[in-house]
Every structure is written in structure tokens, then in C-alpha cells.
Design a protein around this ligand. Sequence first.
Ligand code: PDD
Length: 285
Amino acid sequence: MGRLVYINGKFVKEEEAYISIFDRGFLFSDAIYEVTAVIDKKLVSWEGHLNRLRYSLSELNIKFSYSDEELFSIHKKLIVQNKINEGLVYLQISRGKAERDFAFPKPEVEPTIVLFTQIKNLINNPKINFGSKVISSPDLRWGRTDIKTVQLLYASIMKQKALDLGKDDVWFENNKLITEGSSNNTFIISNNGTLITRSLSTKILPGITRKSILEYAKKANFNIEEKPFTIEDTKNAKEAFSCSSTTFIMPVVEIDDCKIGSGTPGKHTLELRKLYIKNVRKELI
Ligand code: PDD
């Protein structure tokens, strides 16, 4: 495909980018990542992604020396070189390569950093017109899903299960309460029009899209409640949606074979999607 990618200080063709089999990201999932959307050739909510990246690194005690400016300029160079008008920049940082040992390497090793781009239709995603059908499943992921680590196997298995069942995605639940989706945060809109999303804790990723939606919705005078909700609440809701950097706002029209509202993308959801895109466009860098 000939994309330019970034690996440990160098921009190289994707075919030339290799990491060691001793990399701890490969052996232990000892790595964190970010996915930042690009629209109009610019980064969406860059500051938010940068702050979360620093949080993940600090929670795992990975010492990483790149400055914010260096990270920004690598993103920008990849966008320009790979001609990304709309798409994603993926960034991953692992603790680095060391002899296989559960204990962290001593002395510390240099972290491994890789970035690549993906072209993706984010704004005119045809899937928005149909919405997503989800299944629920117990949340069997580890207990620190607030850290954006690359331990994504359970989410990947359950996403595939949903697809095998002819559905689109999975919403996880813990003690009957929805935590989040396989790779997105979740919202419902109650019959009186209140926007409800689970409050932040160690059980969900603090989504950057979620944060922006709450900010824009508040300004637009939506009633908002940050509180947990159940599968039953979702079945009885007027509308539901998931949100992430890869979909922005995706209407959710069915859960566990039960239609949500009319079973088609909801009016408020589509309105919020427009509001999100309009506002986020003003903050691109
Ligand atoms: N995933 N929750 C989980 C578990 C996620 O993996 C993601 C994002 C989100 C939404 O976060 P944000 O709004 O910051 O993208 C919530 C990315 C897109 C991925 O793994 O591809």
C-alpha cells in the first residue's frame, strides 16, 4: 500500500517498518494507544487525545521522552505525506523491548513508538443511515479500562461474535449496568429527552468524543444526566447511540433483538451528530 509510517524516530514505508519479537507490547500487551480522527486534513480534539495519552503512560509508569510538539508534528507529517483528507491517525507506545520477564525491565528501556494513518469516510459514513444493532454481553475485560491499553482481545472476540450473529457491535454490562461498547462510549435518550451516559470511573474509557458531546449538548440546552443505566433502560429508551473517534456518533437502533424507539436512527441523535460535527470543525488543528 506504500503508506508512510513512523517508527522509533524514522518515517519509513510501511513495508519497511518492523518491531522486535521481544517488544513488550507484543509479549505482554504492555502498551497504550490513541486513535485521533482527521477531518478537513486536520486533527479532531488533539488536546484531549494528548492528555489521555499522558494519563495512560503515567498510569503504566512508562517513561516517554517525546514532547507534545514532537508528537503533534509527527501526526501532521503523516497526514500531509499520506494525503489524509478524512481518516485516522493511530499511535501506539509500548514499554519497549527487553528479555521476556513479567517484571518491568531494569534499567528502563527506550519505549517503542509507532504511528500510521488510515483513510476513512467519517462524516458521510453510510452506516449512519441504518444505525447499529448491538448485543449485550458481560464485561469480562480487566478492571482498568480507563487506561487506553492495547489489551483488546475480549472486545475483539465479542465484536466478532456480534458480526457472526448478523449484528454490528456489543455493549458490555457489569452488575446489570452498561459500561461501554466494544470500542465506544454509550448514551441513551430517555422518553422525556434527557441525555444519559454513564459517569466516568475506572470501568470505562474517558472518551474524547463523549466529552465533546457533553460539552456541546450542554451549550445547546439538552438535559443531561451522567449516571449508569441498564439494558432494560436501553430497550425502553427513545433513542440510543454510541460514540468514538472512528464513528463520532453512531445511532443504535436495536439491543438484544429489541428495537429501540422506532428502530431507526433517532431524531435527537442525528441532531446531536450534526451539532458535534459543526462544533468540532471549529476546533480542528
Ligand atoms: N476506541 N471506549 C472504548 C473501549 C474505546 O476503545 C473507545 C475508542 C472509546 C471512545 O473513545 P474516543 O471517543 O476517545 O475515541 C470508548 C478507538 C477509537 C479504537 O480502539 O479504535
